[in-house]
Ligand binder design. Structure first.
Ligand SMILES: Cc1ncc(COP(=O)(O)O)c(C=O)c1O
Length: 396
């Protein structure tokens, strides 16, 4: 752990918040001191296929030869073809993709589109959520990262936790009070990620569907963390009784091999920009390297043996998470696919304690989060849980 000439994100700069990393293996990284650390969080949920996924690196190597850089305005058959594959994989029917370079920008752009199309500024969102570090994305997020900055709170209307409003009764009252015509969208993580792996009940999603179809309010889903098989299906929404108008993607879309993000926009919304300017864009949007990384991820999902491995790992992960939930220090366990939160009945061991034990995981106050690479070697997956148990034994 060291001091550096560049900032460490989301940290006091005098904290031991960065790591001296000298090498990466397949699913682990090596510290300069020589020890190896198993990655139980897929870096930041993005390196979902480890650090040496050939299908991704091969695609990137190819594009570096042919098209290392390209304007977002160039029509490239390569970009066109990979977008077609992405649309098939999303399977939401007709629609269009808008590419970005991050999850936050995916969210920023859908918020813009929703506000423009609805001619309304308010967005409904839940408090236990995170949608990115730019101001608009922060304004719809609600965790500690929102507090430090001035956000557009008067554009945001907080809704109760879906588990406490399972029929959406309070949600409907809020819409009536604020006025549907003033509301552009409901913006939600399909399954909350870093804020604790909370799922909304089906009855709540059905109430949201009903409300959106009655009022025209858009449903925006953020699948930045939950997407690309993290939650047991291609996307978390695939197993939910819900049809989003717009969906945000990032992280695993490129496996962490390139900064990249994307937005799905339903055809109904997309076609309104045929005669009108789409006021969204960025210099590096739709970068060919990002598209190539995404192509590698889609190649992986077309390979049945990779899907079988992910399914097997998901089964092992669910079982080991349930076993860990029996530890006397664990109060509550929530597991969805290969994403799990463990609420402890006391303060969780520090992040550094886990690193010392050779494990990288998510940790906040009394909560631990695990989201290992989907294609991890099952033996390493097993070892990750053994390490969590060992660290917990030390504080029991
Ligand atoms: C659910 C969710 N949405 C959006 C983002 C923002 O993504 P990025 O950090 O790529 O801007 C994150 C990042 O952690 C996230 O977890």
């Amino acid at each position: 752990m060291s001091s550096r000439n560049h900032f460490v994100s989301w940290s006091k700069q005098n904290e031991q918040a960065s790591l001296d990393v000298s090498a990466v293996g397949d699913f682990s990284f090596q510290l300069r001191s020589g020890e190896w650390v198993d990655d139980g969080l897929s870096c930041s949920y993005n390196c979902a296929f480890g650090y040496s996924e050939r299908r991704i690196t091969t695609r990137i190597a190819e594009v570096l030869k042919d098209f290392p850089c390209a304007s977002p305005k160039w029509n490239l058959p390569f970009r066109e073809k990979q977008t077609e594959r992405l649309l098939d994989f999303i399977a939401l029917g007709e629609g269009r993709i808008f590419y970005t370079v991050s999850g936050a920008e995916a969210v920023e752009n859908v918020l813009k589109i929703a506000r423009l199309r609805r001619d309304a500024v308010k967005v409904l969102s839940r408090s236990a959520s995170y949608h990115g570090a730019s101001l608009g994305a922060l304004s719809v997020g609600g965790d500690w990262r929102t507090e430090a900055v001035q956000t557009f709170e008067d554009w945001t209307v907080r809704i109760p936790e879906p588990s406490e409003d399972s029929q959406g009764v309070e949600l409907r009252k809020i819409v009536e009070r604020v006025g549907a015509k003033n509301i552009a969208a409901i913006c939600m993580e399909a399954v909350t990620g870093s804020n604790g792996v909370f799922q909304a009940p089906d009855s709540w999603w059905q109430a949201v569907n009903q409300l959106c179809s009655e009022t025209g309010i858009y449903l925006i889903l953020d699948e930045v963390t939950s997407g690309f098989y993290r939650c047991g299906h291609n996307f978390a929404f695939s197993s939910l009784p819900v049809k989003p108008d717009m969906v945000c993607f990032s992280k695993a879309i490129s496996g962490g091999y390139s900064p990249f993000g994307a937005v799905y926009v339903s055809e109904e919304i997309a076609k309104t920009f045929t005669e009108e300017v789409l006021p969204c864009g960025g210099t590096n949007y739709g970068s060919t390297i990002g598209i190539a990384a995404m192509a590698g991820v889609l190649d992986l999902f077309e390979d049945q043996s990779s899907l079988d491995l992910i399914a097997e790992n998901t089964r092992i992960f669910e079982k080991l998470s349930k076993d860990l939930g029996n530890n006397s220090l664990v109060d509550q366990t929530r597991v969805v696919g290969m994403l799990a939160a463990f609420d402890l009945n006391q303060t969780a061991p520090s992040w550094q304690e886990f690193i010392k034990s050779g494990l990288h995981i998510g940790r906040s106050e009394n909560r631990l989060i695990l989201a290992p690479p989907l294609t991890i070697d099952p033996d390493i997956l097993q070892r990750i849980f053994e390490k969590v148990n060992l660290v917990l034994e030390e504080i029991a």
